[in-house]
Design a protein. Sequence first.
Length: 119
Amino acid sequence: MKRLVFFAVLALASVGAWGLSSCPNGTELACLDTDDKVCPGTTKCVDLDATCFDEYPCDISGGFVCESEYDDVLKDYEKTVTQYNELVSENVELRARRLEQKNCVLNASILEEAKNCAR
């Protein structure tokens, strides 16, 4: 009988201890260590010393962007634009040179003149 009472008290105590904590619908309890951070699932946790924009620089569904990450992406973008512009310029020069050589060959009256066009 004493064992039965002991187990009943133990069961009620454990249920009571868990029953003290509750969460809103759709959420769960969590155990945290010291210095753990809690961030809602709809946000992104960042360090306390991070510099971030106050408003969304992009669409709202994409969230916010930290300044340092934005600067890195901007530098990469500018580098890519520069490379693209250099390639476009080189392409234009090559096409002009090829057209000039083609016209030279078409206008050549003898084989030696045509050979000189490609040099």
